[in-house]
Ligand binder design. Structure first.
Ligand code: CMP
Length: 137
């Protein structure tokens, strides 16, 4: 059993896609063990995406991630990190496989509907960024 952090991004929340995305998550045997709506501040978005701060898309990414509410969730299941990355599809929706969340719903490489942790170490850091121990079963 493994846990990963999922963020349903502002583009998807604005289009009422939380239910559609969670259906795909659950159909693929991942359990949503914690879930909350949050509006990221500029500081929070800059800190969460700190590893990207030298990238040319950083300021635009922070503006996008603070443009509306996000749904942050902890997913649990077998190989949850890799499994969720497969369910999400490639970062750029143009490269994403058929049936993946990003192929189905993403608008662009930036407004790509979902985020998922990319490693076990980052999953722990990202889950702790949004959730206290008491919020996790
Ligand atoms: P995410 O998986 O959350 O990780 C970093 C985010 O930066 C990515 O999804 C996209 O939303 C955004 N982004 C914007 N432009 C790019 C790019 N050229 N390459 C990678 N990520 C990008």
């Amino acid at each position: 059993m493994e846990r990963t952090l999922s963020i349903i991004k502002p583009d998807a929340v604005k289009r009422n896609l939380i239910g559609h995305i969670n259906q795909l998550i659950e159909k693929n045997n991942l359990k949503i063990i914690a879930s909350k709506t949050h509006k990221l501040s500029k500081n929070e978005a800059e800190s969460f995406y700190g590893v990207h701060k030298e990238r040319p898309f950083f300021n635009s990414l922070v503006a996008f991630m603070t443009s509306g509410s996000v749904q942050v969730q902890v997913l649990e299941g077998e190989n949850a990190i890799v499994s969720y990355r497969e369910i999400m599809g490639a970062t750029n929706p143009e490269d994403a496989d058929e049936g993946t969340i990003r192929k189905l719903f993403a608008e662009s490489i930036e407004a790509n509907s979902v985020h998922g942790s990319d490693s076990s170490e980052n999953a722990s850091i990202e889950i702790a960024f949004f959730f206290s121990g008491l919020e996790l079963i």
